[in-house]
Design a protein around this ligand. Structure first.
Ligand SMILES: Cc1cc2nc3c(=O)[nH]c(=O)nc-3n(C[C@H](O)[C@H](O)[C@H](O)COP(=O)(O)OP(=O)(O)OC[C@H]3O[C@@H](n4cnc5c(N)ncnc54)[C@H](O)[C@@H]3O)c2cc1C
Length: 435
């Protein structure tokens, strides 16, 4: 007698899937890290593809309305994130869509300077507060800059395409399975970079991950705010933006935690956060005269998830590593709430011995929860993305084997592109001098 099928399972028959292409480098996820990774790969001459589930690029930095680059310095007046992140700042500034303190103000504790930049959302952390090199930017301009630079570099961008799996054999990802309106397709890359934030490729490929639940946020923007009245009022939990009469409200956290990889949880949170954010806006309109005639311009299209899955890779960067200058460091970051805390990010935080041709970039790199507070920030995400994109190209000379990369020459390559790579021989530049 044939065994009864398990009613809780459906057997999907095996099938052949069309191969979409065989790029040198496939970047999955076009958040700030994925954009930087794709640019770094393509500008070094690799055929580079960038796959994104949504209809925009930028991830939390644009769809999530997290429109603050915190931070590009070490809290001691030295710039520690440069490279592509600095290029984006320059391009945003040229459009009039970025605001940041000039170098001579970095590290200043002068109350007037602190008050000025606090109103832009650029001052955080415990007293004594100081001005940092952080940047407020417009999300639509960030998207435009991303499209312009990706096209200029020759990246093949495919939006509306979701990574749904990874096929692994011989310790490497042989194919990344994607789903879109065109159905299921396979991409067969030499090297894969996981820029999904949630580590979807790494997880699907069986890498060891740590996952947490978090309280979500839903930032929103209000228009029609009276700027003169706002300037005369004490600072509140809203930030100036590059648009006149428009403020950014960092609503959250919601009272209930969510599993950021559970769509039912996310859906519940999306609805509840929207209702609560609307109520908070109604309160502002009622209680703060500058908001009396304001309206909601937009809610974040992406729920504010500070943390989901993190790779537990070849090295897990931890709290005590703040003072360690790693010889294989490929990026450096400060800490947005703690001055004088600087982490070098070793190449081993982007790799896992479980997978020979995969690199992590952005908020899913290999760190503890504590260090993630620093490495998840947009400048650091762009820095690890840039490092991953460059490393992928270096790996092409060894059939895509990321562990065969000569890290010294990778560091030289990145340094030559204006990246602060960190490490014992790269202590950062003079105060206010860039790198
Ligand atoms: C409430 C909140 C406040 C924050 N405040 C700041 C701040 O003030 N300053 C700062 O610098 N940072 C801040 N951060 C952190 C920062 O915004 C993020 O950590 C950073 O933007 C992460 O970039 P990422 O590219 O690694 O990931 P994400 O921005 O999450 O991008 C991942 C991209 O991958 C796509 N994707 C996901 N899964 C798939 C898949 N399976 N297939 C295809 N595509 C996929 C997503 O659509 C997205 O575009 C904050 C974060 C939150 C939530």
């Amino acid at each position: 007698m044939a065994a009864m099928p398990d009613p809780s399972q459906w057997h999907e028959p095996a099938r052949d899937v069309p191969v979409m292409g065989r790029p040198d480098v496939l970047v999955v996820g076009a958040g700030s890290a994925g954009i930087a990774a794709a640019l770094a790969g393509a500008r070094r001459g690799a055929e580079t593809w960038l796959i994104e589930a949504s209809s925009f690029v930028g991830g939390l930095a644009t769809l999530g309305l997290i429109n603050l680059l915190l931070t590009m310095d070490d809290g001691n007046g030295h710039q520690v994130v440069a490279g592509l992140c600095q290029e984006f700042v320059d391009r945003l500034e040229a459009r009039g869509e970025a605001r940041f303190p000039p170098p001579e103000q970095w590290n200043a504790e002068d109350p007037d300077a602190v008050d000025r930049w606090r109103r832009w959302g650029l001052i955080w952390g415990a007293p004594p507060e100081a001005v940092r090199y952080s940047v407020a930017f417009d999300p639509e301009a960030f998207i435009d800059v991303a499209y312009e630079t990706l096209a200029g570099a020759g990246v093949r961008l495919r939006l509306h395409t979701w990574c749904a799996g990874a096929l692994v054999s011989d310790g490497a990802v042989q194919a990344v399975m994607v789903e879109s309106k065109s159905g299921r397709q396979a991409i067969v890359p030499s090297v894969v970079i996981d820029g999904t934030g949630d580590g979807d490729v790494l997880k699907a490929a069986g890498a060891s991950m740590e996952q947490v639940t978090v309280p979500p946020y839903l930032w929103f923007r209000a228009g029609g705010v009276d700027e003169e009245m706002l300037a005369a009022a004490p600072p509140g939990l809203w930030f100036r933006t590059t648009g006149r009469g428009r403020v950014l409200v960092p609503w959250g956290p919601a009272p209930d935690r969510v599993d950021p990889c559970d769509p039912d949880d996310l859906t519940r949170a999306q609805l509840a956060c929207r209702e609560a954010a609307r109520a908070s806006f109604d309160g502002l309109r009622r209680d703060v005269p500058a908001f009396a005639h304001a309206w909601i311009d937009d809610y974040a299209r992406m729920l504010g998830i500070t943390e989901s899955r993190r790779l537990q890779g070849d090295y897990v960067l931890e709290k005590g590593d703040g003072d360690v200058r790693f010889p294989d460091s490929v990026a450096r970051t400060g800490h947005w709430t703690r001055r004088h805390v600087v982490y070098d990010i070793p190449y081993r935080c982007l790799t896992t011995s479980a997978l020979g041709n995969v690199l992590a970039a952005g908020r899913c790199i290999s760190t503890t929860r504590y260090v993630h507070q620093a490495t998840k920030e947009i400048p650091a995400a762009m820095a690890t993305g840039e490092a991953a994109g460059a490393a992928a190209v270096h790996a092409l000379g060894s059939q895509g084997r990321v562990h065969a990369v000569d890290v010294d020459s990778l560091r030289k390559d990145l340094s030559g592109s204006g990246v602060v790579v960190g490490g014992p021989d790269h202590g950062g530049g003079a105060p206010g001098a860039g790198i």
